[in-house]
Ligand binder design. Sequence first.
Ligand code: HEC
Length: 124
Amino acid sequence: MAVPAETTVPSEAGALAVPADVSGARMLASARDKAHGILVAYCGECHQSSSPGAKDGALAVFDLDHGEWYRGFTEERLQSARGRIDGQASPPHKLAFARFVELEAGHRADRTEPSAGNRPLPVQ
Ligand code: HEC
């Protein structure tokens, strides 16, 4: 059986020309995806509405069954969650979760107004 002499390699150029904000959004989406799996494994018992042990107070903070589960994570809660994950997760899970916290926190910072408008001016 003859192997074709030439195989067509699809061009990667299109994929590489993704604007920075789009690839940033993809990185964030992928980090959220991984973090979701980790949270389900370690925290889903209370923080997932489909779990028999789900707690109302926990779901009010974040519900892993909700499509936008990450919305409940303020900067403070991101750090608190990282602390909890660090206390019990495997090293690869800790790393993946830390990456999510970093990207999620950065994403929030991006959305705030320019810093001059946020901070009170120093009193002279
Ligand atoms: C046994 C049930 C239970 C488990 C398991 C659980 N939580 Fe919670 N969590 C709660 C409840 C209930 C609250 C509501 C506030 C409170 O009572 O502290 C809460 C609140 C929180 C908060 C908001 C308060 C804070 O500390 O900033 C965060 C963030 C949080 N949980 C993260 C996690 C993470 C991450 C995990 C997994 C590593 C986890 N929780 C596992 C029950 C749980």
